[in-house]
Write a protein that binds this ligand. Structure first.
Ligand SMILES: Cc1ncc(COP(=O)(O)O)c(C=O)c1O
Length: 381
């Protein structure tokens, strides 16, 4: 653990808590979770499951009804998986990633991470005894083919991608996914494809799954879950899809660590995947409106540049013209205006000019908060 740096956002959290305790208004743009309640049909099925006795340990791989539901979910996208061989249900996508890293990478390996990237990957990779190596993309997460090719050395055993991406909202195009896959085959490294934001894409776009590119799952482990799509962060429900060997290893880790994902939550997951999907559409519509409002707000700030995110619920504007580190800027913003953000540096050293703003908050909070940011930036000019 001595090699694991403390969380880059802890200090911000402490300042925000202190401001709130003093009765000051804080605008929470740092959050990584939907602000919507879990849809009522899903809550009801969780309660029903508790009443029906889903209060015990269940199979470490997952309850059969949920394995079938996830198989069906991919089947509707034209992706064929065997839920009893290629799938494990975990307490959140985080646990699926961690088990996947422990199963597929060795101590001393290099693991490439397309950057900017959610900081948890690097911590997990280090905890598994390997070394994370950032490979830069563009600010909208477009692949830099040359950078990736030159990073793909002999010591690399895996690559982590995340589309739609946290923090940029960028979505990898199918051609880029194919290029990544071809390189993985040539250099024989595993691809961890974190697809947790797969349903949150805008402007009529659709996300490409690594399972469409690598249907045999020889090279890839796909991770997803219920936290973001169904606003179920606290239920702790995620899953991984991969070849039989790697999934079997993950099942053995799960048997000896968390045992299983919460059983009643798994039954709620069946309803999430098989029940009414209309609340998902309305959440996606809301995010899309909020995104437009947030991007327009940043574009109204003369020294700030902000690309349009195509997915997830984050904007990653560039403040580098102000010449401040992202930690300093984030702290100043919080103390002076009550606006809490995630400093760009936590997503990779080269992103220090940026701040991540989540738009999982109401239109009025976005409007008020961004007005405060604009006012504050004018004092820096
Ligand atoms: C990219 C990414 N992957 C995974 C997760 C974690 O998902 P879960 O709640 O299913 O553990 C998050 C949460 O913020 C995330 O941003």
């Amino acid at each position: 653990m001595a090699n694991i740096p403390p969380s880059g956002t802890l200090k911000m959290f402490e300042i925000a808590s202190k401001l709130e305790a003093e009765g000051k208004k804080v605008y929470h743009f740092e959050v990584g979770q939907p602000d919507f309640p879990t849809p009522p049909n899903i809550i009801k099925s969780g309660i029903d499951a508790l009443n029906d006795g889903f209060t015990k340990y269940v199979s470490s791989r997952g309850v059969p009804a949920l394995l079938d539901a996830i198989e069906g979910f991919y089947g509707r996208r034209g992706i064929s998986i065997d839920g009893r061989k290629n799938l494990i249900v975990t307490p959140g996508a985080k646990m699926a990633l961690f088990q996947g890293f422990l199963s597929a990478i060795d101590i001393g390996d290099d693991v490439l991470v397309l950057s900017p990237a959610w900081p948890t990957y690097r911590v997990m990779i280090r905890t598994a005894g390997a070394k994370p190596v950032d490979v830069p993309t563009s600010v909208v997460y477009e692949l830099d083919e040359e950078a990736l090719k030159s990073a793909a050395t002999k010591t690399v055993s895996a690559l982590v991608i995340n589309s739609p991406n946290n923090p940029t909202g960028g979505v990898l195009q199918e051609s880029q996914m194919r290029l990544i896959y071809d390189l993985a085959v040539d250099h024989d490294f595993a691809i961890f494809s974190d697809e947790i934001y797969e349903a949150l894409v805008y402007d009529g776009l659709s996300q490409t799954s690594m399972l469409e590119v690598d249907p045999s799952m020889e090279q890839s482990i796909v991770i997803s879950g219920f936290s973001k799509t169904y606003s179920m962060t606290g239920w702790r429900l995620g899953f991984a899809v991969g070849n039989e060997e790697v999934i079997e290893n993950m099942v053995r880790i799960q048997q000896n660590t968390t045992s299983c994902a919460p059983s009643f939550a798994q039954m709620a997951g069946v309803e999430a995947l098989c029940g009414d999907q209309s609340s998902i559409k309305s959440m996606v519509d809301s995010y899309s409106q909020r995104r437009d409002k947030m991007v327009a707000g940043f574009r109204d700030m003369p020294e700030v540049t902000c690309e349009i995110p195509l997915g997830a619920f984050y904007c990653f504007p560039d403040f580098s013209k102000y010449g401040l580190s992202s930690n300093t800027l984030a702290e100043l913003l919080l103390i002076k205006t009550g606006v809490t953000t995630a400093p760009g540096k936590v997503f990779g050293d080269m992103w220090d000019g940026h701040l991540r703003f989540s738009y999982a908050s109401s239109l009025s909070v976005i409007e008020e908060g961004l007005a405060k940011v604009k006012e504050f930036l004018e004092t820096l000019d």
